[in-house]
Design a protein around this ligand. Structure first.
Ligand code: PGA
Length: 260
């Protein structure tokens, strides 16, 4: 028995050209119209340059798809060449933002402090923040993964006003599972989601939504959602084809219907 509603986010990263992006959202929307996904919220994280056009298609076709940005700058405006602010995203109908994806943390030097500032800026703009946490393989091998992700949560969320709590989703994405084809086992995902929920509850988050990400595909999605306690997925590679992403949505939706 569960009351939390699942969420699946497709993270397109820096893939697809403009035409491919529009084609993908169109195909996905049609699949969802033909056989609706009833219990699961569906969101796509498109590159900045595609957001306006993807949003127009979603609006005009009335697709039940939410729009997410992959990153945002914590500042409101000013001399930040190449950056985008939350108010710019609001004007593009973006309701979700990934915060602190490991690719941003590792390759673009996003420190814990910048993650915390960005998260605050996102929720203050009224957008849903998807806080990504996860450990490197060496951290897990040393048995320090639980402490590591707890510290990531604490540094990002410490002191966050309770009025913003409902806007938070946490995505557990172990770095060793992202884009590698090696996904975490059901036991590892189950253990970590339970741990994350415990830490979040100790910080007074009442019903934290926790996703898993890392090589989720059409084969493992159903097992992960059925046998662990995740509320859905952050999907990279398998979100780039409408059919595979839709199959993940269906797997999530079917399992949720059984679990209720
Ligand atoms: P992947 O990416 O599904 O390709 O492993 C997940 C992510 O980075 O969000």
């Amino acid at each position: 028995m569960t009351t939390r509603r699942p969420l699946v986010i497709g993270n397109w990263k820096m893939n697809l050209d403009f035409v491919e992006a529009l084609h993908l959202v169109q195909q996905l929307g049609v699949l969802m119209k033909n056989r609706p996904v009833e219990h699961t919220d569906v969101v796509v994280a498109a590159p900045f340059v595609d957001l306006r056009s993807v949003s127009s298609i979603i609006d005009s076709e009335r697709f039940a798809i939410g729009l997410c940005a992959q990153h945002v700058n914590a500042q409101e405006n000013g001399p930040h060449t190449g950056e985008i602010s939350t108010s710019m995203l609001t004007r593009l109908n973006v309701e979700w933002v990934l915060v602190g994806h490991s690719e941003r943390r590792v390759h673009y030097f996003m420190s814990d402090e910048i993650v915390a500032d960005t998260l605050r800026s996102v929720v203050r703009a009224g957008q849903h923040a998807v806080l990504c946490v996860g450990e490197e393989l060496s951290v897990r091998e040393n048995g320090e993964h639980e402490a590591f992700v707890a510290a990531q949560l604490e540094s990002a969320l410490h002191g966050l006003d309770e009025k913003f709590h409902a806007l938070l989703t946490v995505a557990y994405e172990p770095l060793w599972a992202i884009g590698t084809g090696v996904n975490a086992t059901v036991e590892q995902v189950h253990e970590m989601t339970a741990h994350l929920r415990k830490v979040l509850r100790s910080m007074s988050f009442s019903a934290p939504q926790v996703l898993y990400g890392g090589s989720v595909n059409t084969e493992n999605a159903a097992t992960l959602v059925r046998e662990s306690d995740v509320d859905g997925f952050l999907v990279g590679g398998a979100s780039l084809k409408a059919e595979s992403f839709y199959a993940i949505l269906q797997a999530c939706d079917d399992c949720y219907a059984i679990k209720r």
